[in-house]
Structures are given as C-alpha cells and as structure tokens.
Design a protein around this ligand. Structure first.
Ligand code: FMN
Length: 367
C-alpha cells in the first residue's frame, strides 16, 4: 500500500489539501468528464430528492467543489460538502489525522468502554480494516469563498446525484443562547442561497463546557431547528447526531425535532471520543485540549448500526416517517447492506471511502 494515496492526503495540512487536492484516483477522475459506475436511473431518494443509489460520502473529507465533483465522477451519488460556518474559522494544528489501533481482535470500540478513557494507541501506521482519528476543529472558509464554490458543486452533480451541504452554528465564548440560535439561522440562510435542495446540520459539535455536545441538549436543538425551519421553509433539514447511549434521550431528541416537523431526517453517527496515546502512553496529538479526539472508521461500525436500529425502532413506535442516514465504519459492500437492513434509508462512508476510492462502484457491483 506504499503508493496508495487517499483523495484527502493525511500527510499534508488541511490548507494544502484545500488548495491542491483531491489526490490519487479522485485526481484522475477529475481529468475525465464522465461519471463511472452510475446509471442514469434514479430509483432511490435522499429526503425526497431522487438519486441513483442512496450512498455517498458524509461531511468531512470533501473540502470543496473539486473534491465533491471527483466523488460524483467516482460514482458516489451523494457527496456532502464539508461543514461550513457563518464566518471563516481556522483549523487545528497539523497533524489532523492519525491511525488508531483498538485492542479488540476485530478492532471495534464500544461506547462507554474503559479503553476510551484509558487510551487507544494512535500513530501513523495505517492498516486495513482502517480506523482513524480526525481532529480538525471544523474549519470553514468565509461565506464569500464557500457560497460560490458550493453553488458550483451543486451544479456539477450528474443525473441521479445530489450535493448535500453540511453546516453548523458557531458559538463565541460568553455569547447568549439567542445569539447561538441566530448564528445557525444565518448559516442555514447562506446555504439555502446557494440553491441547496437539502441540508444537514451538525449537532455533534461542542456546546457549553468540555465534552458536552449540542446534541446532548435536545431541547436547544429543537429551538434551533424550529428557528431554521422558519427561515428555510420546505427545504428538507437533516441533523447529524453523535452516538447517544440513552434511549430516553434519543426519543426526546426525536420528539423535539422530527416530532414537531422541524427536521426531516437524522444522520448518524459522528466520531466517538477517545483518549489517544502513543506507544509510550503519552498524549498522541500535540497541543493543549487535544488529549481526546474523535475515532471513525471500522472501529465504530457496531455503534453506528446500534444507533440506526434504535432510531428505526423509535420511528416505528411513534409512527413518524423521517429519513435515517447511516454513517460509521462502512468499509465494504457488506457493511452498506448491514446499515440498510438496520433501517437506514441512505448510507455514507468517510474513512472507508478515503481508503477505497472505488467503494461506491464496489457496492453497486455487489448489488
Ligand atoms: C477527515 C474527516 C473530517 C470530518 N469532518 C467532519 C465535519 O466537518 N463535519 C461533520 O459533521 N463530520 C465530520 N466528520 C465525521 C464524518 O462525517 C463521519 O460522521 C464519521 O467519520 C464516521 O464515519 P466513518 O466511520 O465512515 O468515517 C469527519 C470525518 C473525517 C474522516
């Protein structure tokens, strides 16, 4: 695998990837004008928008229009534009990605397990089945840069393909809840102005206090999505959830959002937080506040499937019809099938796609 080059090159900075990427097979795909592995028949949908196969890449490794266009050409019919904000926002220092090596034989990490606090080995030894950690801090260009680029990305989708914009609110230290809600509404409006047909709001971002995520406060998420819905009208809104262990808390989230009509779908899961250590047991990522970081890829598939099953059960019990987008550890066609069986209407892969640019074609060939 020494000559293997993921389309997002983990050995380069975020800025370098933004300016010069994508790399490897995605760079080759950009040189040709044809979409590979896509048939011009939309027989599935993503929150009501017809698509060929409801499979693609979630928010993260597709930094701009060149990345999303390359993803479309490689047969990923859903390409998510990396999370944008209402203003320019810097990236955490390099490195932003490390390989992680959980102790279990199958490489899985279970939410709530002691290993997540004791430390998981992280280094630059990337192995299949791939698990990594990513630590970016959700950087964003300013809207002056990302709005025209997102508009071009939307236009570059082929037949039966859909550009999915992702956004989140930004909270200044000491800012009021009202200001935080208003920033979400502003960002959603900026996204809508690009011509977006759907949008995904990230709620797995830090809220107040360390390790407290916005999605741990369902009532605040409910207030935010209600305010956004007033701004964006009929445009379908999906929210991205981190793993939520408690069934009661998950149901409260569903009732406060989809139950009130402000949300049409859930995308889950985001990364699972773990303490990362090097071979000497020292902090693996350099710098303050980076003792813990989010793990994704093979290690978190069990947790992702578990969230999708529980959401599907709540959907059934409450008689609601929201969409479920299954994310987390999809590295093979079998993993894609497992998410569909668990109740996902669509499926996405970030880490798995980075280490196999042909994943969408493999899944289509296996169907
Ligand atoms: C390089 C990278 C960057 C990411 N950046 C974002 C982001 O900006 N916004 C977001 O909601 N999720 C982000 N994620 C999380 C993914 O969307 C996804 O939820 C997570 O990686 C689990 O999927 P996976 O196991 O297929 O990687 C990122 C993931 C990766 C690998």
């Amino acid at each position: 695998m020494s000559d293997f080059e993921p389309f997002y090159d983990v050995n380069r900075t975020y800025e370098d990837n933004y300016e010069r990427g994508p790399f490897g097979e995605f760079a080759e795909a950009l040189k040709s004008d044809t979409t590979q592995g896509s048939v011009p028949h939309a027989d599935e949908n993503f929150m009501g928008v017809p698509v060929n196969l409801a499979f693609g890449i979630p928010a993260g490794p597709l930094l701009n229009e060149r990345f999303t266009t390359a993803a479309f050409r490689m047969g990923f019919d859903l390409a998510t534009y990396k999370t944008v904000r209402s203003r320019a926002w810097g990236c955490n220092p390099f490195p932003n990605v490390l390989a992680v090596h959980p102790r279990s034989a199958d490489g899985s990490l279970t939410p709530g397990s002691a290993e997540l606090d004791e430390g998981v080995l992280a280094d630059t030894n990337y192995e299949q089945p791939i698990s990594i950690s990513n630590s970016f801090g959700v950087p964003s260009q300013s809207p002056d840069a990302w709005q025209p680029d997102m508009q071009a990305a939307i236009k570059a989708a082929g037949e039966g393909q859909l550009l999915v914009p992702s956004f989140q609110g930004s909270r200044d230290p000491g800012a009021t809840e009202e200001a935080y809600i208003a920033d979400h509404v502003t960002t959603a409006r900026l996204v809508k102005e690009t011509g977006a047909q759907v949008m995904v709001m990230n709620t797995s971002c830090p809220n107040e206090g360390h390790n407290r995520l916005l999605c741990h406060n369902p009532l605040l998420v409910g207030r935010i999505t209600e305010a956004i819905k007033r701004e964006i009208g009929d445009t379908p809104l999906m929210i991205k959830l981190a793993y939520i262990p408690d069934d009661g808390a998950l149901e409260t989230m569903v009732r406060a959002t989809a139950g009130l009509g402000s949300v049409q779908g859930f995308s889950t899961i985001n990364t699972i937080s773990a303490r990362l250590v090097d071979a000497n047991g020292e902090q693996a990522l350099p710098g303050a506040g980076r003792e813990r970081s989010g793990v994704c890829g093979n290690a978190i598939r069990g947790a992702g499937l578990n969230m999708v099953r529980r959401l599907a059960a709540i959907r059934e019990r409450l008689g609601l019809d929201f969409a479920i987008n299954g994310v987390g550890g999809v590295v093979s066609p079998e993993d894609y099938a497992a998410y569909r069986s668990a109740g996902a209407d669509s499926v996405m892969s970030a880490t798995g796609a980075m280490w196999n640019a042909n994943l969408a074609r493999d899944i289509k060939a296996a169907r």
